[in-house]
Design a protein around this ligand. Sequence first.
Ligand SMILES: [Fe+2]
Length: 65
Amino acid sequence: MNYESHKTEHDALVRQVLDVQAKYRGGASGAFSVEMMNFLQSCLVKHITGTDKAYTTFLNGKGVK
Ligand SMILES: [Fe+2]
C-alpha cells in the first residue's frame, strides 16, 4: 500500500471518530456509543493488524525493530 492509500485509510478512521464524537455530543444514547465504539475498534484493529502490519517486513529490512 502506498502513502496516499494509507493516508486515505487514516483520514477515513479520523472522520469516523469525529462522527461518533459529534453524535455523542449531540445526545446519542450510551448503547449507540458502545455500538459505534465496537465498530471503530474493529476498524482500528483491522487497520493495525492488516494495513500497518504489512509494513513489518519492509521496516525490519531497514533495521527497524
Ligand atoms: Fe496506519
